[in-house]
Design a protein around this ligand. Structure first.
Ligand code: AGP
Length: 606
């Protein structure tokens, strides 16, 4: 993943680079570094861990130079220490890199044979030495062109040169890169978000392109080194101010914001006066579509899985769901009448983007369900349905998950109506219930103290299981993901009916098991599966919805009741206690809730 920034100005750049790096920390926070040019030399400062550590370093505070590059790292090659931190520099060249160089071992061998000495374990360092080597015989443009041709894999690069004190080179293949324009200064960044405090005038590089950034102008080149013209886009100039307010963590705030973010999403799509859903400019006739394939990673994949249940319930479309990293390399049967839906909070996830790209190459219909509307996935999809839940900072996705499933539910309802798979009466009834959802989420959020107490048991156990059937199964997967991601304990999500085919062997005395058994069509079956784990010693936390009917089961360890609504919408409510369970488990352990170890908010490597 990693985030990169470059600034070419006539003012000192180090503190602006550090501030931009803070905005890029969602891409990685293993280490941070900066390099500037001054007095004919490359100065380089790097620190392990967060950008804060870099900022505190007195060398950065006194760093000179009006041209520089910076980096935040999510380690791929080599452990996350300050030696492997970027920038990587030779005497002449300094490089920041986002991506993976797949042929770095071979290239290193060649470069070592030429006398180059390597300091780090990273794949990136080969780029530094290749450029240094090529510069012996070529000018800047040709040496960059030649270097890029030798690299296999993905990259976004920022490069400065000791002997070229007036320029930064940017290059892209696979990983996103944007150029920004300011008054007497120009910028390079992994995305427009990092550049937003400086400019809203942006050009995005396409795959294979590179650029030379000077203070007063920018030149763009294609992969053959031929000059090209690129459009300058004017993005909205309002920079969203987003802070924790009185909350201890962004995640806590983002959980509590969900009634509001759902309300915003509903207001964007539901036409209150006509009791209808507005999806304007949908580019295809619904009779041109006979199947839908939903693709995402992690939590976004769980949203896709959730949507499968709704699409199957409310439409007659064939529905399949795929993990993007699997889809992109499989032998897919692309069908003309299939709609491909890409779900992503960031809109920058490399695997999801690659799956989209593959569909585009095969002329498929592509639709993005994203939070960041300026993202690569949003820009490159034929049609976009934004989730409107605002910036999400916590690495563990909460409000974006509910935002994604909200939009996917709205989409399935509307397509069901368009195709006449559901009638107006059912549609109207479901829409009425949907409008009530934010209030029900708000009430469910009040169930708090019990979860704090329960979370201790999950921390102490060797592992835990999350079980559900039907609509609750994707939520069980999501609950388990949240717990492992935040409190680093093993948790596994499983379809409750599958336990007897193997995982039941894991159950032992005192093992915490979350059973999601709302009063829906699957209720009785799930309760039977719950009995089976209780009989083998599990401590069951039952999560169900409020009902007049008693639960006919003994020996349940703890029970949480969420509000009641129609069965389509219960998954939203079941999610809330699971988010809180993960939050409190991590809080008790004193872990870094907004930035769990080894992870990043936006996963821009495959
Ligand atoms: C969620 O808690 C995760 N951090 C992660 O699984 C995330 O959902 C996944 O990386 C996909 O990200 P995206 O939605 O930005 O594409």
């Amino acid at each position: 993943m990693c985030g990169i920034i470059g600034i070419n100005s006539n003012k000192p750049v180090s503190s602006t680079i550090v501030n931009s790096l803070k905005k890029l920390e969602y891409r990685g926070y293993d280490s941070a570094g900066i390099a500037t040019l001054s007095s004919g030399l490359i100065n380089e400062v790097k620190s392990e861990g967060r950008v804060d550590n870099l900022e505190k370093n007195s060398l950065v505070q006194n760093m000179e130079g009006t041209i520089g590059i910076g980096h935040v790292r999510w380690a791929t090659h080599g452990s996350p220490n300050s030696i492997n931190a970027h920038p990587h520099s030779s005497q002449n060249v300094s490089v920041v890199h986002n991506g993976i160089i797949e042929n770095s071992t071979l290239l290193k061998k060649f470069l070592v044979s030429k006398g180059h000495k390597f300091k780090s374990q990273t794949d990136t360092e080969v780029i530094v030495h290749l450029i240094t080597e090529n510069l012996k015989t070529d000018n800047i443009v040709n040496s960059i062109k030649k270097t890029l041709k030798s690299l296999h894999g993905s990259f976004a690069l920022g490069i400065i040169f000791k002997d070229q004190p007036d320029l930064i080179v940017g290059a892209r293949r696979g990983s996103p890169l944007a150029v920004g324009y300011g008054p007497n200064e120009n910028y390079l960044g992994s995305d427009s978000y990092a550049l937003k405090s400086m400019t809203n005038k942006i050009t995005y590089l396409n795959d294979g392109e590179f650029c030379i950034i000077k203070k007063d102008h920018v030149e763009f080149f294609n992969e053959e080194g031929i000059k090209i013209n690129k459009k300058v886009l004017e993005l909205s100039s309002t920079e969203e101010k987003y802070n924790k307010g009185d909350y201890k963590h962004f995640m806590a705030k983002e959980i509590e914001e969900q009634p509001l973010t759902l309300k915003n999403g509903i207001n964007e799509y539901v036409d209150k006066s006509n009791n209808d859903i507005n999806i304007y400019n949908f580019p295809w006739k619904t009779n041109e579509i006979s199947s839908v394939t939903l693709i995402g990673c992690g939590t976004a994949y769980h949203s896709c899985l959730m949507a499968k249940y709704w699409f199957e319930e409310l439409t007659s479309l064939d529905v399949s769901v795929d993990i993007a990293s699997e889809f992109r390399y499989r032998k897919n049967r692309f069908k003309k009448d299939s709609l491909y839906v890409f779900v992503s909070q960031s809109g920058e996830t490399a695997d999801t983007y690659a799956a989209l790209d593959l569909c585009k190459q095969n002329n498929m219909k592509t639709c993005a369900v994203v939070n960041v509307i300026e993202s690569s996935i949003a820009r490159d999809s034929e049609f976009v349905l934004p989730i409107h839940c605002g910036t999400e900072i916590g690495v563990a996705s909460t409000k974006a998950f509910l935002g994604q499933i909200l939009i996917l539910y709205i989409m399935s309802l509307k397509i069901g109506l368009w195709r006449k798979d559901i009638n107006k009466e059912i549609f109207g009834k479901k829409l009425k219930d949907l409008k009530e959802l934010p209030n029900l989420v708000e009430k469910t959020l009040l169930t708090d103290n019990k979860i704090q107490t329960i979370s201790g048991t999950f921390n102490e156990a060797k592992g835990s299981m999350f079980l559900g059937r039907g609509f609750s199964y994707p939520i069980a997967l999501e609950g388990a993901l949240k717990l492992k991601e935040l409190s680093y304990v093993h948790a596994e999500g499983y379809p409750a009916g599958e336990m007897k085919h193997g995982p039941l062997a894991l159950i032992e005395e005192g093992m915490p098991v979350v059973v999601l058994a709302p009063r829906d069509n699957y209720y009785k079956k799930t309760i039977s599966n719950m009995q089976e784990v209780i009989a083998r010693g599990a401590k069951v936390l039952l999560i169900t919805n409020k009902s007049k009917d008693e639960i006919v089961s003994e020996n349940i360890w703890e029970k949480i009741e969420v509000e009641s609504t129609n069965e389509d919408l219960l998954p939203f409510l079941l999610t809330i206690p699971l988010q809180k369970l993960a939050y409190y488990s991590a809080l008790k352990k004193g872990y870094d809730i907004d930035k769990p170890r080894n992870l990043a908010k936006s996963v821009t490597v495959e």
